[in-house]
Design a protein around this ligand. Structure first.
Ligand SMILES: Nc1nc2c(ncn2[C@@H]2O[C@H](COP(=O)(O)OP(=O)(O)O)[C@@H](O)[C@H]2O)c(=O)[nH]1
Ligand SMILES: [Mg+2]
Ligand SMILES: [Zn+2]
Length: 337
């Protein structure tokens, strides 16, 4: 028999060793597919070799007759984080997405600046446009809400206040999701399913059912699922995040992923200023004038320290100009991408 021609498919669900793929676009019926063992050997720093949103080449396994993923096609981008554990491994959360819609809320669970800032830095590093949705505005304390909106709007982020309860901001959210592939990401309980339900009744409920059934079976499994939207586009619903550690951001590049700090670049004495007590740093004055919100700066410092612990220290600013060598004359340890 001549070998069958390779077929391409879209990965719509990933769960440890098995995936679901759609052979004819996201709305076609999903089919189970296994991953060839070779993909695990070649996965390098990745925890799992495949992510929801991946385009793959498939064939039929000659022994089992199952659909098998032979190859993962090059990705336009990927949304990822550092997996738990000592070795810096990358956990792919989704691939080939148009945007991340980061959902947070007021009330329960309370808004977390640190978590928000960590995710925003990671999507910036991944080059993925991100909108911050602030849900449950019906429960928000007005002053707190204004402060959060001002902080993120001021930094240049797209911010969308919503209420699934009072159907506020739903048209805007629908317009944002239409015809795009979006990751919905945020703490469990912020209202992702409820918002989806407002946009497409039934969809949010479906996503919740799937999450529950899988979670109860094996709580360590992380998976995401892609759902086509009737209006066009698709959303990738993700399991609720608890901690988020960015993967692979070189410590000295972190400031480029905080727009307020990126913009300060020229205002500091040293061009490579890390804004951590260097002489001539413009950050203290900005904090004083409140043009840089303290919460954002705190997140930056916390992340900088974490990234240095994982990826090694940063070259002193004075030396950065001549090739980024540190005091011992060796290249700083570069993170692997
Ligand atoms: N007051 C209020 N409650 C909401 C809103 N959106 C969702 N909720 C509630 O928050 C809880 C969690 O919502 P859910 O959609 O399951 O969150 P998910 O885990 O992010 O998918 C549910 O009890 C919802 O009824 C909102 O805009 N306002
Ligand atoms: Mg949900
Ligand atoms: Zn500085």
């Amino acid at each position: 028999m001549p070998p069958e021609p390779p077929r391409t498919a879209l990965v719509v669900r990933v769960d440890a060793r098995q995936c679901e793929v759609c052979l004819d676009g996201p709305a076609s019926p999903p089919q189970a597919a296994v991953l060839r063992g070779r993909l695990f050997e070649e996965r390098g720093e990745d925890k799992l070799p495949v992510a929801v949103g991946d385009r793959v080449l498939l064939s039929t396994d000659e022994h089992t007759g199952e659909l098998a993923i032979d190859e993962i096609l090059p990705r336009a981008n990927c949304f990822c984080r550092r997996a738990a554990g000592e070795e810096p491994r990358r956990q792919l959360l989704a691939a080939n997405v148009d945007q991340v819609v980061l959902v947070s809320c007021f009330g329960t669970p309370p808004f977390s600046s640190v978590l928000t800032d960590r995710i925003l830095a990671a999507t910036s590093f991944g080059g993925i446009p991100t909108t911050l949705v602030l849900n449950k505005t019906d429960q928000a304390e007005r002053r707190k809400m204004e402060r959060v909106v001002a902080t993120y709007h001021g930094a240049g982020y797209a911010v969308l206040p919503t209420s699934a309860e009072e159907e506020q901001g739903i048209d805007e959210l629908g317009a944002l999701l239409r015809d795009r592939t979006s990751v919905l990401y945020g703490l469990s309980g912020v209202g992702k399913s409820s918002l989806l339900n407002c946009i497409e009744p039934g969809l949010g409920l479906r996503t919740r059912e799937v999450s529950k059934s899988l979670k109860s079976g094996r709580h360590t499994t992380t998976f995401a699922r892609l759902y086509p939207l009737a209006m066009g586009g698709a959303v990738i619903d993700t399991p609720g995040v608890r901690v988020f550690r960015p993967f692979g951001i070189p410590p000295h590049e972190l400031r480029l992923h905080f727009p307020e700090l990126r913009e300060r670049g020229g205002a500091c004495h040293f061009p490579g200023c890390l804004h951590r007590g260097e002489p001539g740093c413009s950050v203290p004055a900005a904090l004083e004038l409140q043009t840089l919100p303290e919460s954002r700066y705190r997140s930056y410092l916390e992340l900088l320290e974490e990234l240095e612990t994982v990826y090694g220290g940063t070259a002193p600013v004075e030396e950065e100009a001549d090739g980024g060598r540190d005091a011992r004359g060796s290249k700083p340890k570069a993170p692997r991408r």
